[in-house]
Write a protein that binds this ligand. Sequence first.
Ligand code: PAF
Length: 287
Amino acid sequence: MVPPIVTTIQEIRAVTDAVRRQGQTIGFVPTMGALHEGHASLIRAARAASDYVVVSIFVNPIQFGPHEDYAKYPRTLDADQWVCAEAGADVIFAPRVEEMYPPHFYSSVEVARLGDHLCGASRPGHFRGVCTVVMKLFNIIRPDIAHFGAKDYQQARIITQMVRDLNMPVRIAIEPTVREADGLALSSRNRYLNPAERAVAPRIQQALQKIAQRVVAGEVDVVRLESALEAELKAIPGARVDYARIVDAEFLQPLVRIDRPAVIAVAVFLGTTRLIDNWLIGDPASW
Ligand code: PAF
């Protein structure tokens, strides 16, 4: 079945309220569209865990900085509908910007500390925009479980923290990163890459893996590991390193030694395209 597209808050609430009245559970996959196999795997996970699956498609303006790619972010609703159909979504919520942010919208949600480094440092206000829209979507849809990808590690941690701190009645499920056969993490932004950039893009994951192997082999000095990581990334033709960091996996704070679960996290520009990826070392105590 091709899932219907609902565009107003009133309509999607009527749909999800009816589902809940029937005693069914709701799984939710928030997205910005331009869906790929990574999103499809989130939808399939929601399909397996819940009775009814809602996918939102909304390019959220307030999580983009003034010089970022909001205007050119791919909008592919027709194709997205088919990805949703094949992966088993029941309904798509695709509101217009004015529906989500009417005039005189003044509120925001911010999680302190976890956004101090990595993308939070490079993209000021980004996670405030993410948390605000995700909280709105949770309040609109009231899902039992919401599914997020581990590729956006910092985002997943921040949302988990928000839900915990604010006692929001939803469970956050973090699903594994889906990769191309050559290791490149799937991202809606991969479609911006030209053939030369696409050819070298897998070297980002290779760099992460090399550093992870050094950690597994016993190296713990974070300064040395971070500079080796940066050198690996800088050696990629056309790459500009935004950040290459090793932080603790739980609170995302800098480490001196790897003495607890950690995440190796990078953001790299290939041309004008900013790609992120990460590698987890050890199991975080909790998300
Ligand atoms: O990961 C994304 O696609 C977005 O940040 C999200 C969670 C849908 C919020 O706009």
